[in-house]
Design a protein. Structure first.
Lengths: 266, 297, 391
C-alpha cells in the first residue's frame, strides 16, 4: 500500500474515532465541572463533588432506574418473542407464508421510529388505553422485536441442526436436546440480541415521547431537564455508564488468537 | 420434533412458536399502521376533541405535500449527506479494524459501539458545547483562518457553527458511525488479504484495489449499513432539535409538532405515511441495486 | 469552606449568600414574628383541622422555593404541617404539550391524576371553555382575600371561579450587555443587523407576537388578525434573513449563558435568577410595552382531593408563604402584602424594590395583557405562527 493510501487510511480512521469520542470526552470533562448555577454548560472550575454525590439529582436517578427497568423488561420480552420466531423461521423453511412472515418481521426496520410512534399513539387513543407503563412496554417490545428476531435468525443460520439431532440419537428427549445443546450455543446470540434491544430501548426518545404518559424515562427526563437545568449529575451518570461498559468490554474481549488469513470473528 | 416430516402434513409447532410474535407484529404494528390511512383521510370533529370523522379527504395529502414537502425532502437530503459522510469515515476505520486489527478486532469493534451507550441527548448537549460560539471547534477554525472560507462555502452561517445544518449533519454522522462500521467490518471479513496481495502483485494501486476488489465484495455489508443508517437518520429528532436552527428542522420534529402541539392528527398521519412511502422507495432502490445481505430469507 | 451543596439548591444558597448571611438565621425568625395571633403552625381557618390525605399537583419546573440544606422549601413544609402527602410534579415543560397529554382523558370525561395544575391563563381560558375544569373550592380558602384586586375578575376567567393566579410575569427583552456592547432600548434592537444570528424569540406565541405588536402600537388587549399582520411579516422576514437563531421555550437561558445569544425575548423571573450567576444579563421592558402574563392554578374535572387542594391554595396565599415563594422565583406575586414582608427582612429588602417584581404605577402602564382569541381565530394565528417558527 502506498504511503498516501496508508496516511489516508489512518487519517480517516482517526477522524472517525474523534467524531465518535469527542462528545464523550466533553461529557467526562464536564462531570468534573463546578457550575455556578443551574446549567452545566460553561466551564467554571474543577471539582470532585459531583462524583462524590452521583445520585444527588433525585429525579434524574429515578428516571435512570425507570429506564433500566423498562429496558430490561422490554428486551426480555423482545428476545423471547423474537427468539421463538427466529427458531421457527430457521427450522421450518418450507412453512407456507414463510416469506411473508419474514417480510413482516423486517418491515418495522424500514420505517423511521416516528412512523411506529404515530401509529402506536393512534392505536392507544383509539382503544382508550391510557398511556403509561403498559403502553411503554408494548411499544418498546415491539420495535425491539424485529432487531432481536433478525439477530437471532442470523445466528441460527450458521448453526448446524445436526448437533441437536445427534443428541436425540443419543437418547435425549427433544426438549432436553434443545436445552442442553442448542441453547448454550445460542447464548452469545441471545446475549447480543438482548444487549441490542436493551440499548435501543434505553435510549429511545421518539416512541417514549408519544407513549409514555406520566412515566418519566431517562431520555424524557433529559429532554425536559435541558430546558431548565443541566445538573452535573447527568454527565456523571453518563460517564459512569461509559466507564463501566468500557471496563466490561476490555474484560470480555481477550485478544483473539491470530488466525491465518483472518477468518470471520469468533 | 419430527425428524422427517411428511411433505403433505405441515407441522404445527412452528406456528405455535410464531404465534406470540406474530400477534405482536399484527396487533401493534400492522394494524395500527394501516389504521393511519383512514385517519389521514379524516377530519377532526372539533379542534380539541379526539374524535375524527372519515371523509375520504384526499386534499389533506395535497396540503401536507405543499406545506411539509420541502421539510420531507430536506430531511432525506440531510440524512443522505450524513450517511455519505459517515461512509467516508466508516470505510477507513472498518478497513483498519479488519486488516490491521489482528487480535484486537473484538475490542476495536466494541470501542466503536461503546459511544452508543451514552444517551443521544447527552451527546447532543456535548456537541452543542463543542460547537458553540465560544467553543473549541469554532476557535480552532478561527485560529486556522478557515472561518471566511467555510462561511463562503455555506458550512458556517455568519461565522457560526451551532444551530446550522452543518452541526446537525455532524451530530447525525456521529450517531450513524457505529451502524456503518459494523456491517462493513463483517462484510470485509469475507475478503482474504491474499486477494489484496494478488491485486498488488498485478500492479493495482490502492485506489484500483479498492475499486475492483474491496468495494464490490463489501457491497452487501454496505447496503445493510446504509439501510440501518439512512432510515433512522431521516426520522431523527434529537440532532435537529438541539443542534439546528429554524431552517434545519426535520420531518420527525414536524410530525411531533403536528400531533402534540397543533393537534392535527389527520395531517400528522398523512405526513407519516408520505415519509414511509418515500423511505420505502429508497429501500426498494437499494434492494434493486443488488444485495443478498438484507435480512430476508 | 462548606461542602458545595447539591445543584438544585445551589441557586437558593447563592441567593442567600448574595443577599446577606442573615437570611438563614434572621429570615425564619422574622417571618415567625409576623405570624401574629393566629396561633400555632397551621394555615389559618380551614374548614377542617385534621391532617392526612393526598394531593397531586403539576406545575412548571423551578417555579417554587425548593429545598435548601437546613431550609426546607414550601412543599416540604406543607407536607410537614398538614400531614398531607403532596406529590409535587414539575412536569409542565410546554403548556401545549401538557394539554396534549391530558386531553385524551379529559375529553373522554375521565379524571386525570392531578388535583391541581398550574398552566398559563390562555390555556385556562381554553379549558374553561371546554368544561374540563372544576370550580375551585374557594369557600375553603379564606386567604383568597389576599388576592390582588386587579386579578379578581380576569378576562380569562370572569368571576374567578376556576382559576387562582400562581405568579405573574413579564415577557420582555433579555440581553447580555457585553455581547450587545450597549444598552438596548426597544424591540427594534432585536432586529439590529449587528446582532444577526444571535437573537432568539419565544415559541410562546402570545409573548412574541404581543411584544412585536406593542412595538407596532397595536392594542393587544383586543388582538386583531389585521393588526397582527405587520408583526407576522416582520417576524417572518427576520427568520428568513437569519436574524433569529432559534425559537425557544425556557431554553433560551442555556444559550444566553453559553454566549450563543446576545439578546432574546425572555421572562422577567428567569433573568432575575440568572443574573445572579451572570451579572452581565439585563432585562428590558421596552417603552412600547411588555407583555404581562399570568400562570394560574386550576382544578381538572374529577379531581379527587378537593379538601387537600383547598389547603394548598390557602397555604400559598398566606402572605408569608407567598413571600418565600416570591423571593425564590422572583416573579410578580398575586398575593398582597408580600412586598412589606420582603422589605422588612434585610436579606430580601432589595427584592422589595425590584421593578420586575413590584412594578409601580408608571411601569404597570407599560405592561399589557394579551386579550382573548376565539377558537377559530386562535387556529388561524397558530397556523401562521407555526409556519414561521416550525417550518
Amino acid at each position: 500500500m502506498t504511503r498516501l493510501a496508508r496516511v489516508l487510511l489512518l487519517l480517516g480512521s482517526l477522524l472517525a474515532l474523534a467524531l465518535l469520542y469527542a462528545p464523550l470526552l466533553v461529557t467526562l470533562l464536564f462531570s468534573f465541572n463546578a457550575p455556578r448555577g443551574r446549567f452545566n454548560l460553561v466551564w467554571q472550575g474543577f471539582t470532585l463533588d459531583n462524583w462524590r454525590h452521583p445520585f444527588a439529582d433525585a429525579a434524574l436517578s429515578q428516571a435512570f432506574v425507570t429506564s433500566i427497568g423498562l429496558a430490561l423488561a422490554a428486551s426480555l420480552l423482545a428476545v423471547l418473542l423474537g427468539g421463538l420466531m427466529a427458531i421457527a423461521l430457521s427450522r421450518a423453511r418450507r412453512l407456507p407464508g414463510h416469506r411473508w412472515i419474514a417480510l413482516l418481521l423486517a418491515l418495522p426496520l424500514t420505517n423511521p421510529e416516528i412512523v411506529l410512534a404515530t401509529a402506536l399513539l393512534n392505536l392507544f387513543v383509539a382503544i382508550n388505553l391510557p398511556r403509561g407503563v403498559l403502553t411503554l412496554l408494548l411499544s418498546h417490545s415491539l420495535f425491539c422485536l424485529s432487531y432481536a428476531a433478525l439477530t437471532l435468525k442470523a445466528r441460527l443460520a450458521g448453526f448446524d441442526p445436526a448437533l441437536e439431532l445427534a443428541a436425540q440419537d443419543l437418547g435425549a428427549p427433544p426438549l432436553q436436546a434443545f436445552r442442553r445443546v442448542t441453547l448454550p450455543l445460542l447464548a452469545p446470540g441471545l446475549l447480543a440480541a438482548g444487549l441490542l434491544s436493551f440499548s435501543l430501548c434505553f435510549d429511545d426518545v421518539v416512541i417514549s415521547g408519544f407513549t409514555a404518559g406520566e412515566i418519566v424515562t431517562l431520555p424524557l427526563y433529559l429532554a425536559g431537564a435541558f430546558l431548565r437545568e443541566i445538573s452535573p449529575q447527568i454527565q456523571v451518570l453518563s460517564s459512569l455508564v461509559l466507564l463501566i461498559s468500557a471496563l466490561l468490554l476490555v474484560l470480555a474481549t481477550p485478544p483473539r488468537p491470530e488466525r491465518k488469513g483472518g477468518g470471520p470473528p469468533g | 420434533m419430527r425428524r422427517s416430516p411428511k411433505p403433505e402434513r405441515q407441522p404445527l409447532w412452528p406456528w405455535l412458536l410464531l404465534a406470540p410474535g406474530l400477534l405482536w407484529l399484527v396487533l401493534l404494528y400492522l394494524l395500527p399502521l394501516l389504521g393511519l390511512v383512514p385517519l389521514s383521510l379524516s377530519e377532526p370533529l372539533s379542534r380539541f376533541g379526539l374524535e375524527t370523522v372519515f371523509r375520504g379527504r384526499f386534499a389533506t395529502y395535497l396540503e401536507v405535500a405543499r406545506d411539509q414537502g420541502p421539510i420531507l425532502l430536506r430531511s432525506l437530503r440531510t440524512a443522505g449527506i450524513a450517511t455519505a459522510l459517515g461512509l467516508l469515515l466508516a470505510y477507513p476505520l472498518a478497513l483498519l479494524i479488519r486488516f490491521r486489527g489482528g487480535r484486537w478486532q473484538p475490542l476495536l469493534i466494541g470501542l466503536v459501539v461503546l459511544p452508543s451507550l451514552v444517551s443521544q441527548l447527552v451527546r447532543a448537549i456535548a456537541w452543542s458545547t463543542l460547537l458553540g460560539d465560544h467553543g473549541p471547534v469554532l476557535g480552532a477554525i478561527g485560529a486556522l483562518g478557515l472561518r471566511d472560507g467555510l462561511n463562503a462555502l455555506g458550512l458556517l452561517r455568519d461565522g457560526r457553527l451551532l444551530n446550522t445544518a452543518t452541526a446537525v449533519v455532524l451530530g447525525l454522522t456521529t450517531t450513524l458511525l457505529p451502524f456503518l462500521v459494523l456491517p462493513l467490518v463483517v462484510a470485509l471479513q469475507r475478503i482474504e488479504p491474499r486477494l489484496l496481495e494478488a491485486a498488488a502483485d498485478l500492479h493495482a494501486g490502492p485506489l484500483a484495489s479498492f475499486r475492483r476488489v474491496v468495494w464490490p465484495l463489501s457491497r452487501p455489508g454496505l447496503s445493510a449499513g446504509l439501510l440501518l443508517s439512512l432510515i433512522p437518520a431521516a426520522g431523527d429528532v434529537v440532532n435537529p432539535r438541539f443542534l439546528g436552527g429554524p431552517d434545519d428542522r426535520m420531518v420527525a420534529n414536524t410530525i411531533e409538532n403536528l400531533l402534540l402541539v397543533q393537534l392535527q392528527a389527520p395531517r400528522a398521519a398523512a405526513l407519516t405515511l408520505l415519509l414511509m412511502a418515500l423511505v420505502s422507495v429508497v429501500v426498494l432502490l437499494q434492494l434493486r441495486a443488488g444485495t443478498e445481505e438484507l435480512p430476508l430469507p | 469552606m462548606p461542602a458545595v451543596p447539591h445543584p438544585r439548591s445551589r441557586r437558593a444558597l447563592l441567593r442567600r449568600l448574595a443577599l446577606g448571611a442573615a437570611a438563614a438565621a434572621g429570615g425564619p425568625a422574622l417571618l415567625q414574628a409576623c405570624r401574629g395571633p393566629q396561633g400555632n403552625g397551621g394555615s389559618s381557618g380551614t374548614a377542617t383541622g385534621e391532617g392526612g390525605g393526598e394531593l397531586v399537583i403539576s406545575s412548571f419546573p423551578l417555579y417554587i422555593d425548593a429545598d435548601a440544606p437546613g431550609a426546607p422549601g414550601s412543599v416540604a413544609r406543607f407536607r410537614k404541617e398538614t400531614g398531607i402527602q403532596l406529590r409535587y410534579l414539575e412536569d409542565v415543560n410546554d403548556v401545549r404539550q401538557f394539554f396534549a397529554r391530558i386531553r385524551p382523558q379529559l375529553a373522554a370525561g375521565r379524571p386525570i391524576v392531578q388535583d391541581l395544575v398550574v398552566l398559563t391563563s390562555w390555556m385556562a381560558e381554553r379549558l374553561i371553555g371546554l368544561g374540563w375544569l372544576e370550580p375551585l373550592p374557594l369557600e375553603q380558602v379564606p386567604n383568597v382575600r389576599h388576592l390582588s384586586p386587579d386579578l379578581r375578575n380576569p378576562s380569562w376567567d370572569p368571576g374567578g371561579r376556576f382559576s387562582l393566579p400562581w405568579q405573574s410575569g413579564i415577557a420582555g427583552i433579555a440581553y447580555n450587555i457585553k455581547a450587545t456592547g450597549r444598552e438596548l432600548r426597544s424591540v427594534d434592537d432585536l432586529f439590529d443587523p449587528a446582532l444577526r444570528g444571535r437573537v432568539s424569540m419565544l415559541l410562546e406565541m402570545r409573548d412574541t407576537m404581543g411584544l412585536l405588536m406593542l412595538a407596532d402600537g397595536q392594542d393587544i388587549s383586543r388582538p386583531s388578525w389585521q393588526g397582527a399582520q405587520n408583526a407576522f411579516n416582520r417576524l417572518e422576514k427576520a427568520r428568513r434573513d437569519g436574524q433569529i437563531r432559534r425559537f425557544t421555550g425556557n431554553d433560551y437561558q442555556n444559550d444566553l449563558l453559553a454566549g450563543n445569544l446576545a439578546a432574546c425575548i425572555g421572562w422577567s423571573g428567569d433573568i432575575a435568577q440568572l443574573a445572579l450567576e451572570q451579572p452581565d444579563l439585563r432585562f428590558l421592558v421596552p417603552e412600547s410595552g411588555g407583555v404581562l402574563w399570568a400562570d394560574v392554578m386550576l382544578m381538572p374535572r374529577g379531581a379527587r382531593h378537593r379538601r387537600e387542594a383547598a389547603r394548598w391554595l390557602n397555604w400559598v396565599y398566606e402572605p408569608r408563604e407567598a413571600a418565600r415563594i416570591a423571593a425564590a422565583v422572583q416573579y410578580i406575586s398575586p398575593v398582597e402584602g408580600v412586598q412589606p414582608i420582603l422589605a422588612a427582612d434585610p436579606a430580601t429588602r432589595e427584592l422589595a424594590s425590584s421593578p420586575l417584581m413590584f412594578p409601580d404605577a408608571a411601569e404597570r402602564r407599560r405592561l399589557k395583557v394579551f386579550g382573548p382569541l376565539s377558537e377559530s381565530e386562535e387556529a388561524r394565528w397558530e397556523e401562521r405562527f407555526a409556519a414561521i417558527t416550525e417550518a
